[in-house]
Ligand binder design. Structure first.
Ligand code: GLN
Length: 283
């Protein structure tokens, strides 16, 4: 079949299955399989049988609810390629807000070679983005899930980054004791509530529950991690979290209860209050 006919066929399959952004997803699949950024510029070019089969197989996965990012196996975060697949959370553009916050802190305070830990690192996207922007930084990526660690290792290689991977449970004080004198802690822990989990989009249902579910009110990780990891921060260091829509009041309370100061919130690209940064100003 020629590209244009195959594209029309795939698009109609996707649209009949009510896949949001059918056009975008179909194009991404064509770009990937045909290895061509603008595959429809050559509408009458024949698609080889094996490539056609590969495209149809990917469309089939997509209409069965598999996220596009898992089908492609790679996604972009902060302009960096990040390998993803079942067992690891897909990097979201919202999380780039956390990177912006941290770069602002590093710029403002004049930190030269900050020691940074990214907790619940998953694919490693936060740690990799920070290291790419602050090459002199010493960056640690902490992750527990075996499946996620496989992607994390691949992403470190793919980006030729020298961040250090630490296998450990962020809820265990023993893990925090391995990383001390930190200038910055960054984390996008699981924060969805029990109710959110009941209402997940089909695509998000394919992502690991361990990366999404933060307990009944979504705040279990913040409550547990904040006192444990406070001890690993230098005096003057910063704790920086991403959190879910509407959680800012509770997050502020947790930060205050743990004697953090300079508590600041930022909004993501969709104007939702998405991140907090706070400073440890006393021992
Ligand atoms: N941002 C993800 C979502 O809304 C949740 C990720 C997380 O819990 N940290 O699906």
């Amino acid at each position: 079949m020629v590209r244009q006919d195959l594209y029309r066929h795939c698009l109609s399959v996707m649209e009949s299955a009510d896949i949001p952004d059918s056009d975008f997803d179909t194009l991404c699949i064509f770009q990937d399989v045909l290895n061509d950024k603008m595959p429809l510029l050559l509408p009458y070019m024949n698609v080889e049988a094996d490539k056609e089969a590969a495209i149809l197989e990917m469309i089939e996965k997509r209409i069965n609810g598999m996220p596009l990012q898992y089908i492609l196996g790679e996604w972009e975060f902060w302009g960096l390629p990040v390998k993803v697949g079942e067992g690891v959370l897909i990097p979201r553009p919202d999380t780039e807000t956390l990177i912006e916050d941290i770069l602002e802190i590093v710029g403002k305070t004049g930190m030269k070679s900050p020691k940074i830990a990214d907790l619940c690192s998953g694919s490693g996207c936060i740690a990799l983005a920070l290291k790419s922007e602050i090459p002199a930084a010493e960056v640690y990526a902490v992750e527990l899930s075996e499946k996620a660690l496989i992607y994390l290792e691949q992403n470190v290689k793919l980006n030729k980054s020298d961040i250090k991977i630490v296998k450990g449970d962020v809820l265990s004080p023993a893990t925090a004791q391995m990383l001390t004198e930190l200038d910055i802690i960054a984390s996008n822990p699981p924060y969805l509530t029990a109710q959110d989990m009941d209402e997940l989009q089909v695509e998000v249902q394919k992502e690991p529950e361990t990366a999404l579910f933060g307990g009944n009110d979504g705040l279990d990780f913040y409550r547990a991690m904040t006192p444990i990891w406070r001890k690993s921060l230098k005096t003057g260091g910063y704790l920086c979290y991403e959190f879910g829509m509407g959680q800012e009041k509770d997050i502020e309370k947790i930060m205050r209860e743990n004697r953090f100061t300079d508590i600041k919130f930022s909004r993501d690209g969709g104007s939702i209050i998405r991140t907090v940064t706070a400073r440890k100003t006393e021992v």
